[in-house]
Design a protein around this ligand. Structure first.
Ligand SMILES: [Zn+2]
Length: 175
């Protein structure tokens, strides 16, 4: 190989390495900004959160906004938390409020992550929901009132309850 060809090859390698690094940095930056763009997110602050809808729109992803603020439901079976058995704690993805411990999670065939009890009283708000011609109990985050899902009375012992939760509106932190 002539010297000029070697030189050219070296330049190509360096250029592709640099562009790869730049891409990585851009990805990292995006992830950090996701938390930075949510000034109310805290796993320790228990003060109630009341925000205007346009403020929630800036903080949440489109899917999270649809679930949390418009009482939407994610597609059954779509959550990464359906078949997920890591030990740790689940938080509200909108505000960081502690919601469930992994030891209250159980395998349910309903298509959504399911728990038999919340982490503590007050971490969840219960509201009757008569929409869609049904009589259900809606569960919302006790700190920011994000819609999480519903609770049904067909769960396993010891509570007999099934908290049927949209996976897109919960965060998980490993123990
Ligand atoms: Zn919340």
């Amino acid at each position: 190989m002539k010297n000029i060809e070697k030189y050219f090859l070296l330049i190509c390698l360096i250029t592709s390495f640099i562009s790869c690094q730049t891409q990585n940095n851009a990805n990292k930056k995006m992830m950090n900004n996701a938390k930075q763009d949510n000034p109310i997110y805290s796993t320790t602050d228990t003060n109630k959160i009341v925000l205007k809808e346009e403020e929630w729109k800036k903080i949440l992803s489109a899917e999270q906004y649809f679930i949390a603020r418009e009482k939407g439901t994610e597609k059954p079976g779509s959550s990464k938390f359906n078949d997920f058995n890591e030990l740790g704690t689940y938080y509200c993805a909108a505000c960081g409020n502690e919601l469930f411990k992994s030891d209250a999670k159980f395998k349910s065939s309903c298509g959504w992550p399911s728990f038999f009890e919340p982490i503590k009283k007050g971490s969840i708000i219960y509201t009757p929901d008569y929409s869609h011609g049904m009589n259900r109990t809606e569960v919302q985050c006790g700190r920011c009132k994000a819609h999480l899902g519903h609770v049904f009375e067909d769960g396993p012992p010891p509570t007999g309850l099934r908290y049927c939760i949209n996976g897109a509106i919960i965060d998980f932190e490993k123990k």
